[in-house]
Design a protein around this ligand. Structure first.
Ligand code: ADP
Ligand code: MG
Length: 292
């Protein structure tokens, strides 16, 4: 495109809160035929709330929530924030852990009053040999409903499950429909479990979902799609999205996201609205049309 067309396109983007960092990004966006969307914080608000508490009977509900919030307090994960917030709404008094470690993509391990606790997904429970069978079918139905079950265990004993759910942003559905109307495939990439991810895929008519992706594997998922001959735009907000944003043909960061995601992207959506990702592609098409 001519320098003038690029300037006009970049200016139009800026006035819509779409920060296009390079001429190359504006010129490449019109070739995209697959858009990869992160779930938490990109499609959803990224502020999960507690929706259900299930106990195995080893601890009362409030006791479970007190322990859960105490061991999640040092975590910076949004799921942990949801649990700590619920405990504080109920006025529960938290304890201080003796030890805390996070397990990437799975949860946390903590020591409280000299006892070891595990909090996280099914993979973490499996690796710690916690038997979750008493709550398995209840958890499966929560997940079918789009909620994320988090398991809490003291040693190998399952104490219960706290389910959390995150609200889909108001414009996500429309943005996904518009991408599809433009002939662009929509793929969702998430660390969340398969059932929950599939429920959201169905609800939003997303073409394909890749779930239970470890943080370090998002980039290779994008690369795999590129190797199948596709031009990929990736939209994300998290630290774990940064390498995938850099790898994609066009990396698009959510403005409310982490600094590292914003730095790694070619385009930043200042209003954090997924519809602006659609506008960015349309803008690129318009710029290219003008020069032909
Ligand atoms: P994402 O936030 O994109 O879903 P993550 O890799 O951050 O992906 O987390 C993957 C999964 O690991 C979460 O869905 C959750 O089940 C589990 N997990 C991660 N951190 C925590 C935590 N602090 N407490 C409980 N579970 C966690
Ligand atoms: Mg995210």
């Amino acid at each position: 495109a001519t320098p003038v067309a690029i300037m006009v396109g970049t200016g139009k983007g800026a006035s819509n809160g779409i920060l296009i960092k390079s001429a190359e990004a504006l010129e490449t966006a019109h070739t995209v035929n697959t858009v990869v969307l992160d779930k938490t914080g990109t499609i959803t608000e990224g502020k999960p709330k507690v929706t259900d508490i299930l106990t195995t009977g080893l601890a009362a509900e409030k006791e479970l929530l007190t322990v859960a919030a105490s061991i999640e307090k040092p975590s910076e994960h949004p799921l942990a924030d949801a649990i700590v917030e619920k405990a504080s709404e109920l006025g529960l008094v938290l304890k201080t852990v003796d030890r805390f470690d996070s397990v990437s993509g799975q949860g946390v391990v903590a020591v409280l009053n000299g006892k070891e606790y595990f909090a996280g997904n099914r993979a973490l429970m499996d690796s710690k040999q916690v038997d979750i069978s008493s709550l398995r079918s209840a958890c499966d139905s929560l997940a079918e409903n789009g909620e994320t079950p988090l398991y809490f265990a003291q040693g190998q004993n399952l104490l219960g499950v706290i389910a959390v759910a995150d609200v889909v942003k108001p414009t996500s559905r429309q943005a996904i429909e518009e991408f599809k109307a433009m002939g662009i495939d929509v793929v969702m990439l998430t660390g969340d479990n398969k059932r929950t991810a599939e429920a959201i895929r169905r609800q939003l008519h997303i073409d394909r979902v890749v779930a239970e992706v470890m943080p370090q594997d998002k980039e290779s998922e994008v690369r795999r799609i590129q190797e199948s001959g596709k031009k990929v735009a990736m939209v994300g907000d998290g630290i774990n999205d940064a390498p995938a944003l850099a790898r994609a043909d066009v990396g698009i960061a959510i403005g409310a996201g982490t600094d590292i995601a914003i730095e790694s992207a070619d385009i930043v959506l200042m209003k954090s609205d997924l519809l602006d990702a659609v506008t960015a592609v349309q803008l690129s098409k318009a710029v290219i049309r003008n020069i032909k």
